[in-house]
Design a protein around this ligand. Structure first.
Ligand SMILES: NC(=O)c1ccc[n+]([C@@H]2O[C@H](COP(=O)([O-])OP(=O)(O)OC[C@H]3O[C@@H](n4cnc5c(N)ncnc54)[C@H](OP(=O)(O)O)[C@@H]3O)[C@@H](O)[C@H]2O)c1
Length: 234
């Protein structure tokens, strides 16, 4: 099995890579920071800043060059940004969020589909924030909603590949550490819910979530390609 995962240095991407490596898969991954523990276990890794398409494209293409077919591709890397009102969010910050959470997935997919490379299944990690539009989740919500549409559009073009934009539910990662350490603020209602979920079964750790995600991959293939799905509702 050949697997590609973006954002392998921490959180869900790290959990997915660790699980697949333990199963004996050939795993390819990128992020800015190098996950030394996974590289020791055989991860094929390249350091790529997804905010910089020009510098990142040749490095990514060199990483995937030897692989003519990927069984699963996880477009997992993502940036949350600060929880604050849209009006208080600098335009450059929103642009960077869109670059990482949306446009990087366009050039990653274009590189992946070059040279007649075949991809069986692509799962883009989306979020419930793509639907809910909760105050404070500004650029993150906009970017994940756009990601869902990007995936739908690629599904219409690449009919030999199955695509899903998948919300993974709450996962106990660095992203949640940031959110659950914010001071209570009545403007940003999900914070209280996240703080209550942290440390409970409602917010599994990254490896548990990765195992669940790998288990439901065949179920995703039954959905229309390009669909948005929430792991909690499957
Ligand atoms: N945690 C949750 O509850 C939750 C809920 C819904 C959706 N999600 C989604 O799940 C995915 C994984 O998030 P996580 O919770 O595991 O967060 P995380 O621990 O912060 O991991 C984010 C990953 O993305 C990579 N990344 C961020 N910016 C990058 C950049 N400019 N270039 C290359 N890689 C970059 C990071 O690597 P480097 O920093 O080393 O570059 C890291 O490996 C994200 O798409 C997130 O939106 C998470």
């Amino acid at each position: 099995m050949h697997i590609l995962i973006t954002g392998v240095s921490s959180g869900l991407g790290h959990g997915l890579a660790k699980t697949y490596l333990a199963q004996g898969a050939e795993v390819y991954g990128c992020s800015r920071r190098a996950p030394k523990d996974l590289i020791q276990r055989g991860l094929h890794f390249a350091s790529v800043d997804l905010a910089d398409a020009r510098a990142g494209t040749p490095v990514f293409e060199e990483l995937i060059r030897p692989v003519p077919h990927f069984d699963s591709v996880f477009l997992n890397a993502g940036k949350l940004g600060e929880i604050r009102d849209m009006q208080a969010t600098p335009l450059d910050d929103l642009r960077e969020t869109m670059e990482i959470n949306v446009w990087s997935n366009k050039w990653l997919l274009d590189s992946l589909f070059a040279h007649s490379r075949r991809l069986t299944q692509v799962v883009a990690i989306s979020s419930g924030a793509s639907q809910s539009g909760m105050r404070g989740w500004n650029g993150y919500s906009v970017s994940k909603a756009a990601l869902n549409m990007l995936i739908k559009l690629y599904a219409g073009e690449q009919t030999e590949t199955h695509f899903t934009a998948l919300a993974p539910g709450l996962v106990d990662t660095a992203m949640q550490d940031y959110l659950t350490n914010l001071p209570d603020d009545p403007r940003y209602q999900p914070l209280a819910i996240l703080k209550a979920a942290k440390g409970t079964a409602r917010m599994p750790d990254a490896e548990s979530c990765a195992r669940q995600l790998i288990q439901i991959l065949p179920q995703l293939l039954e959905l229309e390609s390009g669909s948005y799905a929430d792991i909690r509702k499957l």
